[in-house]
Design a protein. Structure first.
Length: 161
């Protein structure tokens, strides 16, 4: 079953690389009492993710936060080393959270996992964005194709805020 608008996010713990090293962040820590934009990508450093999806959120970070959003996070089925390297190379370190769903358990719990083995990527997350308020999904935008970043992109999210 796929998560839907009005559903509470399942409990999960992610890893994130920070200036002080890796930290664990729970869904409770990230979402409780906050309004958060979360977007997911099939893989850090992949073309659509690095050239289109992530840059839109970094470029529009201030505009998103100005709409009463407390935080922005990107999540991918990658380890925290990869997500940390992506944060560094993209210039996003410290601007948004780069969360590692290292085993895909969060993507699976949401019903948003996808098998991209044919492309050599294995089980990953579908590309999506959502607005989460106090742990509850308020908007949900799932891409039809992992190679697209339109309905889940920053411009679409800003319109929904």
């Amino acid at each position: 079953m796929t998560i839907a608008i009005g559903d509470k996010l399942p409990a999960a713990t992610f890893k994130e690389k920070t200036a002080d090293g890796p930290v664990e962040i729970s869904t409770e820590q990230l979402f409780a009492g906050k309004r958060v934009v979360l977007f997911a990508v099939p893989g850090a450093f992949t073309p659509t993710c690095s050239l289109n999806h992530l840059p839109g959120y970094l470029e529009n970070r201030d505009a998103i936060l100005a709409k009463s959003v407390d935080d922005i996070a990107v999540i991918s089925v990658n380890d925290w080393h990869v997500m940390g390297a992506w944060a560094q190379s993209s210039g996003g370190m410290g601007k948004i959270h780069f969360l590692a769903d290292w085993d895909g358990s969060f993507a699976k719990a949401l019903g948003l996992d996808i098998d991209l083995s044919v492309g050599g990527l294995g089980i990953r997350s579908k590309r999506y964005s959502m607005l989460v308020e106090d742990g509850v999904v308020k908007t949900l935008n799932i891409e039809e194709s992992p190679g697209q970043a339109t309905v889940s992109g920053a411009a679409a999210m800003i319109e929904q805020l």
